[in-house]
Design a protein around this ligand. Structure first.
Ligand code: FAD
Ligand code: NAP
Length: 520
């Protein structure tokens, strides 16, 4: 992120897009753009970029781009889809840039989600609707496998790094139930890897397998009740999605396949899916930070894994705005006998409300009972990093504390080889420290855990540590409990805090593998 000039905030941009000003310079016309034409518009004062086959004139947006003009210019006059997906595929550019739309590419560039298209085409051709959803899918298996072979050959030809683990699905019924079974053949399948949404006769079941996702997506033939149950046979990787029929009638088919049905593609090639969640409570944590409790719809099965975030989406002044937030626990459990019981229904978010913040101001104005869209989880943190560590060090700045909450709990509850867990928590003032009491209680309760608060703008009364993240401060606190102990250091906070912290840690001799930085 770069500092933007005054009058160049996201809200200012939204206002400009609503002003009726001609932002494309084409007086409302849409044109077909050739690659040759696109490449000519490669200067700051005349800059076109193609994203997923649509071309935008981004010159008017330059000064409003939070990542800066130079970052935007990297894609000037070209297809910026891959670059966009790498940096922020979650940003809703269609909504943000709709007034900058110049037109479509004359020939669709290949950089659009390749695997997605490939899989959709293949499965569309391979599995005619009625056959896909026939009540006995057994007969389909050989056909699917044939096509998997073709797919693998094709994907190799196209050098797509697709490893297909021959997942498949089936469905059956009783008088009152419909059960969809997905055979992932993946060991260690667990509830966090299965995301199900069943609303308004639409079923969407997504299974995460490493960095790929398998999807069952169907318009159901008949209505079902709101509740959905998910059973997982972890060892064999069998997932059952159980729906209750609204009427006790015999279903001839499961339903009609939707666009993404029966596809197995990279997670990053799948669009983010949102469901509406109800705000059930809002509790003060500090003077400016609140704990929001959201309730998932009845037909949703979703567990956000440790270290991952979700995206919230709100329509602000007619434009869809999306921001990431990291779910926490309702409180820090002090009893580590068992993994925390997840009620499966609530998502807790600890969010700082900025007085000039576009999204957080809108969030703060939500009333109990209002709805907000919540996405599927994302993030590249791997729990396995913690599972093999002996010393865990957590460096948090402000709300950068949020990923540490579940991480701390996971480490103290489920990682037996961990000997020390230390949180170094950087804040401006004492009043800004999140869950100070709970952290201190936890340190008293569990001798493996230690917390150190560091303030950058302390009052005169503060007798604790003061300063900012620095090499000397880190060398004082970040230590291995034994000379050769396995260490993991996780860091999260304002972007410059995280960047500097990582650099200091490297200067102190910690390797890249020993550091995990939470970023966007
Ligand atoms: P903005 O409108 O973006 O502004 C925020 C503040 O910064 C305002 O005071 C504004 O004036 C100032 N500002 C904004 N842009 C600039 C700029 N370019 N130059 C100078 N000042 C600027 N936050 C949480 O509270 N809890 C979480 O759990 C959480 N999880 C996150 C997870 C991830 C992966 C990431 C990347 C961020 C997370 N955040 C979290 C931050 C969150 O996504 C938002 O950025 C934050 O809520 C601010 O949004 P906003 O629209 O209200 O503020
Ligand atoms: P804050 O209160 O402004 O700052 C927290 C501490 O960090 C303060 O001590 C502050 O010191 C210090 N700090 C701020 N900028 C710094 C810099 N450039 N160099 C060194 N130290 C710096 O923080 P916040 O408002 O809560 O913001 C938290 C940030 O964490 C947000 O940017 C949010 O996006 C990010 N976050 C990221 C994730 C993720 O997963 N990626 C999750 C949650 C939050 P001074 O300001 O006094 O210098």
């Amino acid at each position: 992120q770069v500092p933007l000039k005054p009058g160049r905030s996201l809200m200012d941009w939204i206002r400009l897009t609503k002003s009726g000003k001609d932002l494309t310079g084409l007086k409302g016309r849409l044109v077909e753009v050739t690659e040759d034409e696109l490449s000519k518009h490669n200067k700051k004062e005349d800059c076109w970029i193609c994203i997923r086959g649509f071309v935008y004139n981004v010159t008017p947006y330059m000064e409003y781009h939070p990542g800066g003009e130079d970052e935007l210019m990297r894609a000037a006059g070209t297809d910026g889809t891959d670059l966009f997906d790498q940096v922020h595929r979650w940003v809703n550019y269609e909504s943000m840039l709709k007034e900058c739309l110049v037109g479509r590419m004359a020939v669709k560039p290949i950089a659009a989600p390749k695997a997605n298209i490939l899989m959709t085409l293949l499965f569309a051709g391979v599995l005619p609707e009625k056959k896909v959803l026939a009540s006995s899918a057994k007969e389909l298996s050989p056909r699917i496998h044939n096509k998997i072979v073709i797919l693998v050959v094709l994907s190799k030809l196209l050098t797509l790094s697709l490893v297909f683990k021959s997942s498949n699905y089936d469905w059956f019924q009783t008088d009152s139930l419909i059960t969809v079974v997905i055979y992932t053949k993946q060991k260690d399948m667990n509830a966090e890897l299965v995301i199900v949404d069943c609303q308004d006769k639409q079923l969407r079941g997504e299974i995460i397998m490493d960095d790929h996702s398998y999807l069952v997506e169907v318009d159901l033939e008949h209505a079902v009740l709101e509740d959905v149950a998910v059973n997982i046979a972890e060892k064999v990787g069998k997932v059952e999605i159980i729906l209750s029929k609204k009427d006790n009638i015999h279903w001839k088919m499961l339903g009609q396949p939707r666009e993404g049905h029966n596809t197995f593609i990279k997670c990053t090639d799948r669009g983010l899916f949102y469901r509406k969640c109800k705000l059930v409570s809002k509790t003060e944590v500090t003077h400016d930070t609140k704990l929001f409790c959201l309730m998932l719809p009845k037909g949703t099965h979703l567990r956000v894994p440790t270290g991952q975030h979700v995206y919230l989406k709100q329509v602000i002044a007619g434009t869809e705005v999306v921001k990431p937030y990291t779910p926490v626990l309702p409180f820090l459990p002090l009893d580590f006998q068992e993994p925390p019981h997840h009620d499966g229904v609530h998502i807790y978010l600890m969010i700082k409300i900025y007085s000039h913040g576009l999204f957080t101001q809108a969030l703060d104005h939500l009333q109990i009972g209002d709805y907000i869209s919540v996405s599927n989880p994302e993030g590249n943190f791997k729990k396995s990093h913690v599972q093999t560590s002996e010393d865990l060090l957590l460096l948090a700045g402000g709300t950068g504390f949020t990923p540490m909450v579940k991480l701390l709990n996971f480490a103290l509850t489920e990682v037996s080889c961990l000997r020390t867990v230390k949180l170094i928590f950087f804040n401006k003032t004492e009043d800004d420290i999140l869950w100070r009491n709970q952290l201190e209680q936890l340190a008293l309760k569990d001798e493996r855990f230690e917390v150190q608060f560091v303030l950058s703008q302390p009052s005169k009364e503060w007798v604790g540590k003061q300063g900012k993240i620095s090499s000397s401060l880190l060398s004082e606190f970040v230590k291995r409990s034994r000379r050769d102990s396995k260490v993991l250091i996780c860091i999260c906070g304002p972007a410059p805090f995280t960047e500097q912290g990582v650099q200091y840690l490297k200067d102190l001799g910690y390797s890249q593998e020993e550091i995990h930085a939470f970023t966007a």
